[in-house]
Design a binder for this molecule. Structure first.
Ligand code: TXA
Ligand code: MG
Length: 336
C-alpha cells in the first residue's frame, strides 16, 4: 500500500476526511502525539488500525471528538463531573472514560462497557473530525511498543506503506499522550498521567486516586483497569535504565561506566564524559515531556548498548514523564 502524504491545509484536511469516511486509516497530528485515526463507527476500519500497529487485541482505543454534541453520540449517562472537566480542560490533553453508547463499534472498546473520549486541542485534528462528521478512534500512530510519534517523520519511520495517509503537520507540542481518568468507577481513578496533572484534577475530583499501574509493574495475568498499562511500551532497542539519584551521584555513576550513553538534565551536560543527550532543565518537566519520545528514538543511533536516564520528579507533568520512562526501561530502576 502506498501511504499518501497530505498537507495540513484545507485541501489535505478534506482529503483526509474523505479517506476516513470511506473506511480508511489516516495518521493525524494532535497536540499530544500523532494519532492513527479511523471511524469509531466502523469495525472494519478499526481492524485496520490494530493490524497496521500490531496492537494487542485487548487494548481499547480513545475516541476523538470535535464538539460536545459528539460526546452525547459516543457516551451515555454522562456524570456532572465529566461536564465540569470538559469545560475546564477541553479541547486539550485529557481523556475521560465514560459509559459507552451503542453507537460506538464494539472493536473500539474491546468488549468493555466503557469508552475513552477526548477533544483534542490541535486545530487540524478537530477540523478533520468535523469535516468527516465522525468521532475518530485513534491510538498513537506508532508500531505497538515503540516510542510514540511526535512528528510526521516518526509516523512514517514506523508505518510508511501500512496506512492510507499521513497528514504532515508540525511537532506535537505536549509530546506525551493525554491524561486518562475513569469516571466509570468510584472513586474516580487516574489510569495514565499526562499534561493535565493530578494537582489540577484534584480541584474537580477531590477523591481522585492514582491507579497502582501508573508507577508499578503489573503482575503477570493481573487484571488492570486500563489494558494499555500492562504492555511493554515506548522502548528503544537499546537497553534503558532509569536512575534515581541527585545530580552529583548521577554524573559520577555514568562517568564510571563504559559502552553507555546518558539522558540527563541540561544542568549536568558539561560534567558528563560519556555520550549524552539532555531532555531539559531539572525544573522544567514540560520541556522534558516534549523532548522525551524524540530522544528515545535517537538512543538507537548512538551505537552504545546501555542508556542511563536521570529520573525526573514524580509531581506535576513530571509524573507523566516518569510513567513513560519506567515503562521504556521495562521497570529497571537503579537507586543511588
Ligand atoms: O494523547 C492521546 O491520548 C493519544 C492521541 C492520539 O490522542 N492517543 C493515545 O492512544 O495515546 P493509545 O491507544 O496509545 O492509548 C490509549 C490508552 C490505553 O492505555 C488504553 O488501555 C486506554 O487508553 N483506554 C482506552 N479505552 C479505555 C477504556 N474504555 N477503559 C480504560 N482504559 C482505556
Ligand atoms: Mg500508544
Amino acid at each position: 500500500m502506498q501511504t499518501v502524504r497530505l498537507s495540513d491545509n484545507k485541501e489535505g484536511i478534506v482529503a483526509a476526511a474523505r479517506i476516513l469516511r470511506d473506511g480508511g486509516v489516516v495518521a493525524i497530528p494532535t497536540e499530544t502525539v500523532y494519532g492513527l485515526a479511523a471511524s469509531a463507527y466502523n469495525d472494519n476500519a478499526i481492524a485496520k488500525v490494530f493490524s497496521a500497529k500490531g496492537r494487542p487485541q485487548d487494548n481499547p482505543l480513545i475516541v476523538h471528538i470535535s464538539s460536545l454534541d459528539m460526546l452525547n453520540e459516543v457516551a451515555v449517562e454522562i456524570p456532572k463531573e465529566a461536564e465540569k472537566l470538559a469545560e475546564a480542560f477541553w479541547p486539550g490533553p485529557l481523556t475521560l472514560v465514560l459509559k459507552k453508547s451503542e453507537n460506538v463499534a464494539q472493536s473500539v472498546s474491546k468488549g468493555l462497557s466503557t469508552v475513552a473520549v477526548r477533544m483534542p486541542e490541535d486545530k487540524v485534528a478537530r477540523e478533520i473530525i468535523k469535516q468527516s462528521c465522525l468521532p475518530l478512534a485513534a491510538p498513537s500512530a506508532n508500531i505497538s511498543g515503540s516510542p510514540s510519534p511526535t512528528t510526521a517523520e516518526h509516523v512514517l519511520a514506523d508505518l510508511d506503506g501500512r496506512i492510507d495517509a499521513v497528514v504532515m503537520s508540525g511537532s506535537s507540542n505536549v509530546g506525551l499522550e493525554s491524561t486518562v481518568v475513569t469516571l466509570s468507577v468510584s472513586p474516580p481513578t487516574l489510569l495514565r498521567p499526562g499534561a493535565v496533572t493530578v494537582e489540577q484534577l484534584k480541584k474537580f475530583l477531590p477523591d481522585l486516586v492514582i491507579d497502582k499501574a501508573v508507577l508499578c509493574e503489573p503482575l503477570k495475568d493481573e487484571q488492570v483497569a486500563s489494558p494499555g498499562m500492562k504492555y511493554k511500551h515506548y522502548s528503544p532497542k537499546t537497553e534503558l535504565f532509569l536512575v534515581e539519584a541527585g545530580s552529583e551521584a548521577f554524573v559520577e555513576f555514568v562517568n564510571g561506566k563504559t559502552d553507555c550513553a546518558a539522558i540527563c538534565f541540561d544542568e549536568d551536560l558539561d560534567k558528563i564524559k560519556t555520550k549524552a543527550l539532555c531532555y531539559g532543565s531539572v525544573s522544567d518537566p514540560k520541556t522534558q515531556a516534549s523532548k522525551l519520545f524524540s530522544l528515545l528514538r535517537k538512543t538507537d543511533t548512538l551505537g552504545v548498548s546501555k542508556v542511563y536516564v536521570h529520573a525526573p520528579e514524580k509531581s506535576g507533568i513530571g509524573l507523566a514523564v516518569y510513567n513513560r520512562l519506567i515503562r521504556a526501561a521495562a521497570f529497571k530502576v537503579i537507586t543511588l
